[in-house]
Write a protein that binds this ligand. Structure first.
Ligand SMILES: Nc1ncnc2c1ncn2[C@@H]1O[C@H](COP(=O)(O)OP(=O)(O)OP(=O)(O)O)[C@@H](O)[C@H]1O
Length: 408
């Protein structure tokens, strides 16, 4: 168990951390997230006692860290630094052996247990194959894994990781965080500063959102990673949905462009239609969806994003009521987007569109006509933006449906 109690730190006369308060339980990974300069590294330095707070206390297993000698701290807390600052020409094995220092007396030589710990740490961090190479000959990502191996060789109950995945390819990033979750499953406590919010959401039991040296939110990633909190901490617009196949939040930063202020009705099912819904909402459009079977990915995404959706029970067929409601939404929309499998039952909904935008894929040939623009999910907002603009104001509405346009 690691606790930061009301920790405040100033450096060079500037207040860096103010009243930081959180704890990491045994067997859990706590992620520190926040913008550059938020204070994540400073928190980690305080947790490993290389920085003394002006006020507040850090406790390891209930003991104030300031009461421990540096060797005692090193037996309890291991850390990997943010930057790979290993400039000396040690081999990988020699570097990992340094993790054993807190366990050795001043003139004591490493014994078999130490060798075993070093070997095991190199295996777990996937650097055993580099054992005899010099650290300076390794890539940034490989060095990062050597630093993790060094921390593992220290065999401490607490691990502090500063950007453990920063230089890693996606495979090693996932493997590293899976290793961390395995380690905490064995009883360790981990605190990791992680920039990638989606990896943090997936692998951390709890997140602490820091900005300007203060904790903005802390707790379960599903509760903490909201657009409001992220807007407050990062000063950025984000769309928060769910990662496919898990309950973990998926954070998509929204471009700082003018919103595509259109009403769009999406017809189609599956992940492609779901992606179209998310992309359009992210671009600032008002989106409706249907007819779609309840529980389909597109229906779920629409529900998450508060988009009106016409659903029917799965395998029940489309009743006339549902079809009429969806047709009305399609007729009212500036554009109808078809994505994924549209289904025969939705052909009349598609037919009500004044402008059709199709996402390239299987269903497209069925709806292609001179009214149709074919595009990709990524380019959907631009294609929709080319459709008729929304009303200028309530007194001078721009007609929306083909019928209205003909009359106009
Ligand atoms: N010795 C120092 N003197 C003055 N200010 C400092 C000192 N060390 C760090 N800072 C400032 O403290 C703030 C927090 O830095 P810190 O490295 O903890 O942030 P961070 O959240 O880890 O950032 P990043 O995501 O960019 O790594 C920054 O504004 C930094 O410039």
């Amino acid at each position: 168990m690691l606790e930061a109690e009301d920790v405040s730190v100033s450096l060079g006369g500037t207040q860096i951390l103010s009243g930081v308060d959180f704890s990491a339980a045994c067997g859990s990974v706590v992620g520190l997230v926040g913008p550059n300069g938020a204070g994540k590294t400073t928190v980690l330095r305080t947790l490993r006692a290389t920085l003394s707070p002006d006020s507040g206390t850090v406790r390891v297993a209930g003991e104030p860290i300031d009461d421990l000698s540096s060797k005692e701290v090193s037996r309890r807390v291991a850390s990997t630094p943010q930057a790979t600052t290993l400039s000396f020409d040690f081999t990988v094995e020699q570097t990992v052996e340094m993790g054993r220092t807190p366990h050795l007396g001043r003139f004591e030589r490493a014994d078999e247990d130490d060798d075993d710990a070093v070997r095991a740490a190199m295996e777990r961090a996937d650097v055993a194959q580099f054992a005899d190479r010099t650290v300076t000959s390794l890539s940034g990502g490989e060095r990062q894994r050597v630093l993790l191996a060094r921390a593992l060789a220290q065999e401490t109950p607490v691990l502090l990781l500063d950007e453990p995945t920063a230089n890693l390819d996606v495979n090693h990033a996932v493997r590293t965080l899976e290793l961390v979750t395995d380690l905490v499953a064995e009883g360790k406590t981990a605190v990791a500063a992680i920039h990638d919010l989606n990896l943090a959401a997936r692998y951390c039991d709890e997140l602490v959102v820091l900005s300007d040296g203060e904790v903005r939110a802390a707790g379960d990633p599903r509760e903490v990673l909201t657009s409001e909190t992220l807007g407050d901490a990062f000063d950025a617009e984000t769309l928060v949905t769910r990662q496919p196949g898990t309950d973990a939040p998926l954070v998509t930063p929204l471009p700082d462009r003018a919103p595509i202020d259109r009403t769009v009705h999406v017809v189609g099912t599956g992940t492609q239609a779901a992606a179209a819904v998310a992309r359009l909402v992210a671009a600032g459009s008002s989106v409706t969806v249907g007819v779609v079977p309840a529980g389909d990915a597109a229906a779920e995404r629409a529900r998450e994003l508060d988009c009106p959706v016409v659903t029917v029970p799965p395998f029940a067929g489309v009743d006339s009521n549902a079809r009429a409601r969806a047709t009305e939404l399609a007729r009212e929309a500036d554009a109808v987007v078809v994505a994924g499998d549209v289904g025969d039952a939705n052909q009349s909904v598609v037919a009500a569109a004044s402008r059709l935008v199709a996402v390239a894929g299987e269903g497209v040939p069925r709806v292609e006509s001179e009214r149709t623009t074919v595009t990709t999910v990524e380019s959907l907002p631009a294609a929709v933006a080319d459709c008729s603009p929304p009303p200028r104001d309530a007194d001078d509405p721009v007609p929306r449906s083909q019928e209205q346009q003909d009359r106009y």
